[in-house]
Design a protein around this ligand. Sequence first.
Ligand code: ZN
Length: 51
Amino acid sequence: MILHAAGCEDAPKGDPAMDVLEALDYARMPGVILCKECGVPEFLDRFLDPS
Ligand SMILES: [Zn+2]
């Protein structure tokens, strides 16, 4: 499973949009890969690693 940001061109058609909290829960699941094309890692890092 790959997690995409909303509007990513690589996201499968018809994927339900997730809000930030849903995406964070999803990103912590084993086996989930963050898509590098749509900036998901950079986006979620702000929430996963607050400083
Ligand atoms: Zn993507």
